[in-house]
Design a protein. Structure first.
Length: 338
């Protein structure tokens, strides 16, 4: 061992300090990339937005992480202006009250649960965490904490979102109708049968659910005010009713359902009443009495259960006619000429 070699522990530490590697954030800046190691193409940081340093996950428990996530993964703080919503998100209707509650929670406690995103064309498509995203915007928080998954396909965005939303908070029938129709329309699935096979949903359920989008626009807007108040069975019955009723009647029924004043059976009864209107009541039967003079009929008395009595008499003899009229006037307390 030569005298010039630095073999002591202290000497080695000094050498290491002199040759210290740049920080992870500095390496991102030097490479001209966004602050994540998964991007396949260089992505310059947006003007006036400082690239956030990745932070190690560990605070959220595994149960609090998005579907498919693992404890200990790196969480990245991504500027909101670089995030795009999932075009195939299972949820399309967001309750304003919950967005406000999320904004208050994020302001008071910070973001305890990361979202999930995939890098795309220099931006980030949010796979999950849309309420957090909206809450952060409302609260004026500039970034959203997310885990990153590279190269997620549209099909993966749809299936992951549907699974996570359905497990966390039961999907509304209208949310499903919107997302399922788009998944088929955009070619994620060839038809309802393929969607059924891939997600374990019966074909009749898919068919009935997508049919809900044919409801009148005013009725759909009413459903959107409180989508979880409308189960699939009552909404499908409302759709069947709308095929026979006027749009105004359908809207009124939707309002009554949302207010808890009308059930599926009530809607079904209303629909059947239009399909099979009650037969017009048969004319009320009457009893006839002939008025005879000798062997000739000179008149008729008709009587109905409703109380109606009709007298019809033909008298050619003026004196007999005057006598009959006089008797009737006395019977009803009338004066001749009234």
């Amino acid at each position: 061992m030569t005298s010039g070699s630095r073999t002591s522990r202290r000497a080695r530490e000094e050498d290491a300090a002199e040759d210290e590697l740049p920080s992870l954030n500095d390496r991102f800046k030097l490479a001209g990339q966004a602050a994540h190691p998964l991007a396949r193409t260089p992505h310059p940081a947006p003007p006036s937005v400082e690239v956030e340093t990745p932070k190690k996950a560990g605070k959220p428990s595994l149960s609090a992480l998005p579907a498919g996530a693992h404890e200990g993964e790196t969480i990245y703080a991504i500027p909101l202006e670089l995030i795009d919503p999932n075009p195939y998100n299972a949820r399309h209707i967001y309750r304003e009250e919950r967005v406000k509650e999320m904004a208050l929670t994020l302001t008071a406690d910070g973001q305890l649960q990361p979202g999930l995103a995939t890098p795309r064309n220099g931006r980030y498509v949010l796979a999950s965490g849309h309420y957090r995203f909206r809450g952060a915007k409302l609260a004026g928080i500039p970034t959203l904490d997310v885990l990153l998954r590279p190269d997620m396909s549209n099909l993966e965005l749809f299936e992951l979102s549907y699974k996570e939303n359905n497990e966390r908070e039961g999907q509304s029938a209208l949310d499903n109708a919107i997302s399922w129709e788009r998944a088929i329309k955009d070619g994620l699935y060839e038809n309802e049968y393929r969607l059924s096979e891939a997600n374990g949903i019966s074909v009749p359920t898919i068919h009935k659910t997508i049919a809900l989008l044919k409801l009148p626009e005013d009725a759909l807007e009413e459903v959107k005010l409180s989508p979880n108040a409308f189960g699939l069975s009552v909404l499908y019955e409302l759709y069947l009713y709308s095929q026979l009723a006027k749009p105004a009647q359908t809207l009124e029924a939707a309002i009554r359902i949302r207010n808890g004043e009308m059930s599926r059976r009530d809607i079904e009864a209303a629909r059947k009443a239009i399909e099979n209107p009650k037969q017009r009541k048969s004319r009320e039967g009457s009893r006839h009495y002939k008025i005879l003079s000798g062997e000739s009929q000179i008149g008729t008395i008709k009587e109905w259960d409703s109380g109606k009595v009709m007298l019809e008499v033909k008298l050619t003899d003026p004196s007999k006619r005057a006598e009959l009229v006089s008797e009737l006037c006395k019977r009803f307390g009338l004066t001749q000429g009234d």
